[in-house]
Design a protein around this ligand. Structure first.
Ligand code: PLP
Length: 399
């Protein structure tokens, strides 16, 4: 019998849809994949060159467990330059991905039964990681009419003596919602006043549109910074998902604890990726600007196409590369003997009858919605939106 720990974890819905899409592709079906969670651009060439040079310079051994000193310093510079937040290099840890930073943070913070507040819709991994670390996820639904933003009063209502932390994903996967400085300050002040840790997943920080002014929670004053664990990385901003390189900034005591856990888990992040990340953070940023411009055009186009589909609603995302439309008006329908009663069945229907892969909202805790990624070419998005519009138009109320 496997452990209780692993038995309480759900397999990833995203991976299940991706596997089905792959299977159809292998059968020669022209599937358009809007389920992806990574930029479709190659890693910028200056970063790739830095990685190649690292190999030639034999930077291929273990590095210090919390990361190369130059990279920790470069992350501190980045936080100061981009976010106006001041951390010393020893308040920073480099890890194999932001996902691993989050995992070691939960392992460092949580004892059995500690509660973690998770606003929904949430990134699939948060509740599962909290469970793995022995904590209890406490999910609060945010409302579509509030732009999926957590209301301070809703936060206050769920805090109790067992609450240890809250996770704030800004900008959010799957909604693209981004908090203004004032909104963030209201939430973080409540959390810090009540003695909670605030784990801020800022991985989509650079992918914001309409000149949105991103605020890191570290910039909200010393009181909040003392309770803040900032999670970030190069995966999304620099199109480096495969390099597995994330970082976290937090008070020294927490970083030391995360470092201890990392030393018995993965050890250091890949040495080559660390050198490449150094170039990403310190080198030219033009490719990021180009990528953001392209994402914004795709987002605008996708939103305009969604507006043409009757009976759906969609909050306009400010960041990341996803839209999260409400398709529930098309539930309790059928076509060709296939029933659509929920987001999983809708995703299945769209995959088999429109050949478009999307992620069901239930994976993010919200069944009325589906997630469409615009990390695909404009041509693919155009074709996918034509197919989705046609496919939902064919659905008729179930008899
Ligand atoms: N946080 C969020 C909200 C994400 O969507 C993802 C990736 O999908 C990650 C973290 C993981 O980032 P990394 O590739 O650095 O582990």
């Amino acid at each position: 019998m496997l452990s209780r720990r692993v038995r309480q974890i759900d397999p990833s819905e995203t991976l299940r849809i991706a596997a089905m899409a792959r299977q159809l592709k292998e059968q020669g079906v022209d599937v358009i994949d809007l389920s992806v969670g990574e930029p479709d651009f190659p890693t910028p060439s200056n970063i790739k060159e830095a990685g190649k040079k690292a190999i030639d310079r034999n930077i291929t051994r273990y590095t210090p467990n919390p990361g190369l000193p130059e990279l920790r310093a470069a992350v501190a510079e980045k936080l100061r330059r981009d976010n106006n937040v001041s951390y010393e290099p020893d308040e920073i840890i480099i890890s194999p991905g932001a996902k691993n930073c989050l995992f070691i943070a939960w392992m460092a913070l949580l004892d059995e039964g500690h509660e973690v507040i998770i606003p929904s819709p949430y990134w699939v991994t948060y509740p599962q990681q909290v469970l793995l670390a022995g904590g209890k996820p406490v999910v609060i639904d945010t409302m579509e009419e509030d732009g999926f933003k957590l209301r301070p009063r809703a936060l206050e209502s769920v805090i109790n003596e067992k609450t240890k932390a809250i996770i704030i994903n800004n900008p959010c996967n799957p909604t693209g919602t981004a908090y203004t400085r004032d909104e963030l300050a209201s939430l973080c002040t409540i959390a810090a006043d009540r003695g909670l840790y605030i784990v801020a997943d800022e991985i989509y920080e650079k992918l914001v549109y309409d000149e949105f002014d991103f605020t890191s929670i570290g910039a909200l004053g010393e009181h909040i910074k003392q309770r803040a664990i900032i999670i970030n990385g190069v995966s999304k901003s620099y199109s480096m998902t495969g390099w597995r390189l994330g970082f976290a900034a937090a008070p020294r005591e927490i970083i030391d604890a995360m470092n201890k856990i990392q030393s018995h888990n993965t050890s250091n992040a890949c040495s080559i990726s660390q050198v490449a990340a150094l170039e990403a953070l310190r080198g030219p940023q033009d490719d990021v600007t180009r990528m953001v411009r392209e994402f914004q055009q795709r987002r605008d186009y996708m939103l305009s196409r969604l507006k043409e589909i009757p009976r759906i609603s969609c909050v306009e995302p400010t960041g990341a590369f996803y839209v999260f439309p409400n398709f529930s008006a098309y539930y309790d329908t059928e076509y060709d003997g296939m029933h659509v009663r929920n987001s999983v069945e809708l995703a299945h229907y769209l995959l088999t009858h429109a050949n478009v892969a999307v992620v069901p909202g239930s994976a993010f805790g919200r069944d009325k919605y589906i997630r469409l990624s615009y990390a695909a070419s404009m041509e693919e998005i155009r074709k996918a939106m034509d197919r989705i519009a046609d496919a939902v138009a064919r659905l008729k109320p179930s008899t």
